[in-house]
Design a protein around this ligand. Structure first.
Ligand code: NCD
Length: 300
């Protein structure tokens, strides 16, 4: 049984297989001849944290492949977790009803607890601030599609590098390719934890301006308000880095600007019309990568 719990379970060979499958699915989807490979399957999406793109792209991916979907959004308030049910019992029950489970939870480790007792595959749709493997794969798909390669890139990560789970999953994936160099731009209190820096080539700075000119990929992130114990600490850093129209002039012609979304001010909407602004294309790519991941867990 194939789960998707962590980006660390995928080596570059497996990543390439998933990206190539995503490309095939995108092309079939665009031509209107996507086969109903998941007909008869039921996919459960249970989200204990807010989501727009991740949940809805997973649900759309399942539906477009012919599966049926059951869904619990706001599961903290609307599922039996509210009554105090353990993750193990929730996992056991979901696996009794559905053929695969997509889950997001604010507490690190919850996904593995639920998956450990499940008889059906689990897909991690965000696990605290630790992991967001399906986002990392759609980010890789986007970079490959836009830049033509996943190696020898200069990637600049900007913003909340302490709590941003998309960054925590994307860095290890990119670092498994040769020649990638990383620049981490954040205020002191949001610096990337050391555990993500092992064995990679990186520099750290608190100046966005000085990093833009040499970047192949600029990856902006939202400051994760919901992870701050003290809201006044959030207020101090929430608007520190904003990518504005004037920054585009410094960017290479073939560089791209990414963001996992939602943005809450980190990218000025004036930037959206520039062809290097890739974040809406990035979000759409989630549909194809999540189709590929559903097929992967079902072994189809
Ligand atoms: C991200 C997440 O949930 O970690 N959103 C997403 O899945 N695209 C990023 C964020 O919420 O800032």
């Amino acid at each position: 049984m194939n789960n998707v719990l962590s980006i660390h379970q995928f080596d570059t060979k497996k990543i390439e297989e998933i990206l190539s499958r995503s490309g095939e699915l995108e092309s079939m989807y665009e031509k209107g001849n996507l086969p109903e490979l998941l007909k008869g399957k039921v996919v459960a999406c249970i989200f204990f944290e807010p989501s727009t793109r991740t949940r809805l792209s997973f649900e759309t991916a399942a539906l477009r492949l012919g599966a049926q979907v059951i869904s619990a959004e706001n599961a903290n308030g609307s599922s039996s977790a509210f009554k105090g049910e353990t993750m193990e019992d929730t996992g056991r029950m979901l696996s009794a009803y559905a053929d695969a489970v997509v889950m997001r939870h604010p507490t690190e480790g919850s996904l593995s607890r639920a998956a450990s007792v499940s008889t059906v595959p689990f897909l991690n749709a965000g696990d605290g601030s630790k992991e967001h493997p399906t986002q990392a794969l759609l980010d890789l798909y986007t970079i490959k599609k836009e830049k033509g390669r996943l190696d020898n890139l200069s990637i600049v990560f900007v913003g909340d590098l302490v709590y941003g789970r998309t960054v925590h999953s994307l860095i290890p994936a990119l670092s498994s390719y040769e020649g990638n160099t990383f620049t981490f731009v954040s205020p002191e209190s949001l610096k990337l934890p050391d555990e993500y820096k092992n064995g990679i080539s990186y520099t750290e700075t608190d100046s966005l301006e000085e990093t833009i000119a040499s970047a192949d990929v600029v990856y902006m992130t939202r400051v994760q308000k919901e992870r701050f114990a003290d809201v006044s600490e959030y207020e101090k850093v929430k608007d520190v880095f904003v990518f504005k129209k004037e920054h585009l002039q410094k960017m290479k012609d073939d560089a791209i600007l990414m963001h996992p979304l939602p943005r809450v001010g980190e990218i000025d909407p004036e930037v959206d019309s520039d062809s290097r602004a890739a974040y809406f294309r990035q979000a759409k790519n989630g549909l194809f990568v999540r189709m590929a991941l559903l097929l992967y867990v079902f072994g189809v």
